[in-house]
Design a protein around this ligand. Structure first.
Ligand SMILES: [Mg+2]
Length: 409
């Protein structure tokens, strides 16, 4: 049974422990039994409120809990601000969030000289607040979202939630927020750090895109409670290791999670098409040093909307090096997430499907610097510059293999 496989259970609240004002069936008894067996419990909620507030609510449902066992997106936001030494913030949120921040030394203060804008829920929010907050972010205040949930369940269907305000500020400021809540990993990391080393923990949630994705980003296995959707590919981070109907199923002898392997790559929000070009001239290859990460690589980049792969190759090599090329062959198509998932310096993660071509120079003039390039040149194949982008030695080797068939990796 699943209860025997783990020492700690990280529970989502709304939809798992309670729905509206009622505990889910059997939950108070199940949690009491887990405690009796010495299991640790943590309660994780995207509700940007205080720990006191959640403990009060749980006790009203006959569920015992202490402040230390509760992680809200408000307390996680406070941790995030503490780590950066920020103490004066402008809170777009109600008093419970301000309290959660205040207990950790973060003061909700005036708009003008705030170090960060913290977005929670505030029913009295106006467009004027959004305009001023977007300006503060554009001026350099850290943009912190307690969560980015687009909606929450209402009696007659989904209702707009914190994510809608966050999106308004993204549009108004041109910046992306740092997010404290699920599906980002901070709350899960904090929950795990609160356990003794070596304890086996599992996450239980009812929303694949929030609870299950967040658990897997943090390297934790997860159970989906209820009838949430599953996703077509098994490696998708939003797919749980097992499903349960209620917490009572933790004691079902026929259910188990088994071994779960932590993925070696980050979760990409998008799959994108790219091209790369191995441009050979005699015994030399064209390489450029990227401005964004300082690494050497073969010219490569996105395919733009309406562009053909051939046009993309020509444009990318030209933009990055000033060299015109002609395609002489297809080297291969590369999609393995272990090498093709890229995390950018701003935290965005992309999974590239890259088509790699063998090319020869046909004109142009080498330009060693440009908007994306800090250096460029033709290098002897026997002595390539360091450091090289992770996947590029593979592409180079494949390009020189002189096989008739393209590689599909
Ligand atoms: Mg939930």
């Amino acid at each position: 049974m699943i209860a025997d496989e783990f020492d700690a259970f990280f529970l989502d609240l709304d939809g798992v422990v309670y729905v509206g004002d009622e505990a889910t069936p059997g939950t108070p008894q199940v949690l009491r039994e887990l405690r009796r067996q010495g299991k640790e419990l943590r309660f994780l909620t995207n509700n940007p409120t205080s720990q006191d507030d959640i403990v009060r609510r749980l006790r009203s449902l006959s569920i015992e809990a202490s402040n230390e066992e509760v992680l809200t997106s408000g307390t996680a936001a406070a941790t995030l601000l503490n780590e950066r030494g920020l103490t004066r913030v402008w809170v777009l949120g109600h008093d419970d969030l301000k309290m959660a921040l205040q207990t950790r030394g973060v003061t909700s203060c005036c708009k003008e000289d705030c170090q960060a804008v913290v977005v929670g829920w505030d029913d009295a929010l106006t467009l004027s607040d959004i305009r001023e907050a977007a300006s503060a972010i554009a001026r350099g205040a850290l943009f912190v979202a307690t969560n980015e949930d687009p909606t929450y369940p209402g009696p007659e269907g989904p209702l707009a939630a914190v994510g809608t305000v966050v999106n308004a500020l993204v549009a108004g400021s041109g910046q992306r927020p740092i997010s404290a809540g699920k599906p980002h990993r901070l709350m899960f990391d904090l929950a795990r750090e609160s356990l003794n080393r070596g304890k086996r923990a599992i996450v239980i949630g009812d929303t694949p895109e929030v609870d299950i994705l967040g658990a897997h980003r943090a390297g934790l296995p997860a159970l989906l409670m209820g009838d949430g959707p599953s996703f077509p590919y098994r490696r998708d981070f939003r797919n749980a290791e097992a499903r349960i109907k209620s917490l009572q199923d933790l004691f079902d002898d026929s259910l188990s999670v088994g071994e779960w392997a932590v993925p070696t790559y980050a979760w990409p929000e998008k799959v994108e098409a790219g091209v790369a070009a191995v441009v050979l001239e005699g015994e030399t290859v064209l390489l450029m040093r990227r401005r964004d990460n300082g690494l050497w690589g073969i010219p490569s980049g996105h395919i733009e909307p309406t562009e053909t792969v051939e046009e993309a190759v020509f444009r990318e090599v030209m933009e990055e090096t000033g060299i015109e090329v002609t395609i002489s062959g297809l080297i291969g198509v590369y999609s393995d997430p272990r090498s093709q998932v890229i995390t950018y310096p701003d935290g965005q993660v992309r999974h590239f499907i890259t088509t790699c071509f063998l090319c020869r120079p046909s004109g142009g003039t080498l330009q060693q610097t440009g908007p994306e390039t800090v250096d460029a040149g033709f290098f002897p194949l026997s002595s390539l510059p360091e450091p090289l982008m992770a996947m590029h030695p593979r592409w180079l080797a494949d390009g020189l293999a002189e096989l008739r068939q393209p590689f599909i990796r």
